[in-house]
Design a binder for this molecule. Structure first.
Ligand code: NAD
Length: 519
């Protein structure tokens, strides 16, 4: 059983026992294409969520180390931004190949540090890999526009030019996918990068940047710093960082959006969610209940697109007992155990918070028809496990409805009509994702037209767009202008430069300067 990283696999270059007097390996910084041992005295213990054993110590990088990372990115920008687009494309082509060959090793790191099941961890890598694959088509993505003869002998051309040094700040729940939403898109457009992965599971990001080096990225093109608030403030304030991509909670996202914007940076911030699934009485029952269980409890509910709220319309509420039976069948275990359906949540604090929100629902009048709070997983008694939990008869005023629980908890509301469901969802502050389950095309069309949520599924519970589109969460789930990846991602990481030029075979000589606007 993989309980701990006692023997460090060759591909885990980012952790080592060197320079560390206790038996716990340290996580490195990554500066100028090298793994660097931090000189800090301030370390964060990273525990395996299934055992709560400390598996690595993550440094809070010193000011000097963070400066070194920006300096490396700044120096690299001078040449990388002028590298031919075909060279950058070649790096991405090699990169996607290396990631694909190392999916299992990446998944192992994710499961050990984050807790999700191995198969789900591979999905985490795959969804990020798809962004890298899409970046391989940069030669058409970064095209500008041209318009000849906008006046006599005059043409206009637009270019999408890189911004400079960009930065990313990522959450714990997708340790591979979310870093891959960020730096590949930035780099392929000619930017260089500093990333601060979640201090709770930076291992996959470390492996990914090392694979980028292997793919031929020059020194300094991507750099990794670690830390918490100080590292975030450093990124928001540094004058040489031109843009910030953030994914995480509301509190941090709002703060980073405001602080970064105040310093004149571009900021895109994907934040929290409360995604509703609408179950119509005409839906395909089997399919709908299976989809609902998977989307509510998969990854222990720690997905920003988890379907954490179900709105049963009319007679569809009769299916709730069947839903409970299906949820009961899910196996809760450590993520590396072969038949685990859901692993632990990230920390004891997260587990306590989830317990508190379940109890608040009960105290406010909801009924807990499946209670996962007292689960014990044999062999992993100290892990942060919460079993699938279902609260029914929930109302919009309850805290368990208003707050993002971010655990394996499904809250159920019963409504009479589709209009009631639409009004409930549109009144919620978040706009990340939603789904409707129905066999009626007119119902589906009305829903997709009237719902004010950025990502909508019809019989698709987690409608995350593939990278040829963009991740389009809206309202309270997003701050900024251009979204992540796809065309929007390219827009975010480039500046439009428009050149208007006049070339004449023979210069026309005017006797007098023209001062009025041409008419
Ligand atoms: P988090 O906000 O705690 O951490 C995200 C990053 O911000 C980390 O790197 C962390 O070091 C930093 N950070 C944390 N608190 C901060 C603060 N007060 N000030 C400045 N920086 C801070 O988020 P998390 O718990 O790691 O991730 C879970 C959250 O992320 C959930 O709310 C989830 O919905 C959201 N999320 C959203 C999306 C999306 O695309 N909308 C995707 C994944 C996760």
């Amino acid at each position: 059983m993989l309980r701990n990283i006692s023997l460090i696999p060759k591909s885990f270059q980012h952790v080592s026992l060197r320079g560390n007097h206790c038996a716990v390996p340290t996580t490195k910084l990554f500066i100028n294409n090298k793994m660097v041992e931090s000189k800090t005295n301030d370390w964060i213990d990273l525990c395996n969520p299934a055992t709560n054993e400390v598996i690595t110590k993550v440094p809070k990088a010193t000011q000097e180390e963070m400066e070194n990372a920006v300096e490396a990115a700044k120096a690299a920008y001078k040449t990388w931004s002028k590298t031919s687009i075909l060279t950058r494309q070649q790096v991405m082509l090699r990169y996607q190949h290396i990631i694909r060959n190392n999916m299992k090793e990446l998944a192992k790191s994710i499961t050990t540090e984050q807790g999700k099941t191995m198969v789900d961890a591979e999905g985490d890598v795959l969804r990020g890999l798809q962004v890298v694959e899409h970046c391989c088509s940069v030669t058409s993505l970064q095209l500008g526009e041209t318009m000849p003869n906008i006046a006599k002998d005059m043409d206009t051309l637009s270019f999408r030019t890189p911004l400079g040094v960009c930065a990313g700040i990522t959450p714990f729940n997708f340790p591979a996918m979310i870093p891959l939403w960020m730096f590949p898109v930035a780099l392929v457009c000619g930017n260089t990068y500093v990333i601060k992965p979640s201090e709770r599971d930076p291992g996959a990001c470390m492996m990914l940047v090392d694979m980028l080096r292997e793919a031929g990225a020059p020194d300094g093109v991507v750099n990794v710093i670690h830390g918490a608030h100080d590292a975030v403030n450093f990124i928001c304030d540094h004058p040489d960082i031109k843009a910030i991509s953030f994914v995480g909670s509301d509190q941090a996202g709002q703060y980073i959006y405001e602080r970064g914007s105040r310093h004149g940076k571009r900021v895109q911030a994907n934040m929290g969610a409360k995604n509703h699934g609408v179950i119509m009485p005409d839906a395909n029952k089997e399919n709908t209940l299976n989809q609902l269980v998977g989307a509510a409890f998969g990854a222990a509910g720690q997905r920003c697109m988890a379907l954490s709220t179900a709105l049963f319309v009319g007679d569809a509420a009769n299916w709730i007992p069947d839903l409970v039976e299906r949820a009961k069948k899910l196996k809760v275990n450590a993520g590396h155990i072969a038949d685990a359906d859901l692993g632990p949540v990230i920390s004891p604090e997260a587990k306590n918070r989830i317990h508190r929100l379940i109890q608040s629902g009960i105290d406010e009048g909801a009924h807990c028809i499946l209670d996962g709070r007292n689960i014990v997983v044999p062999g992993f008694e100290k892990g942060n496990f919460v079993g699938p939990t279902i609260l029914t008869d929930v109302t919009p005023s309850m805290e368990c409805y208003r707050e993002e629980i971010f655990g394996p908890v499904l809250v159920i509301l019963k409504v009479n009509t589709l209009d009631d469901a639409i009004n409930t969802i549109n009144s919620n502050m978040y706009g990340n994702g939603t789904a409707i389950f129905t066999t009626n095309g007119a119902t589906a069309r009305k829903f997709t037209q009237e719902i004010d949520v950025g990502q909508v599924g019809v019989n698709v519970p987690i409608p995350v767009p593939l990278p040829m589109f963009s991740f389009t969460g809206s309202r309270g789930s997003f701050r900024g202008d251009a979204n992540f990846y796809g065309k929007q991602g390219i827009n975010f990481y480039t500046q439009l430069k428009t050149v208007t030029q006049m070339w004449r075979e023979q210069d026309v000589t005017h006797t007098q300067a023209a001062v009025a606007m041409p008419t």
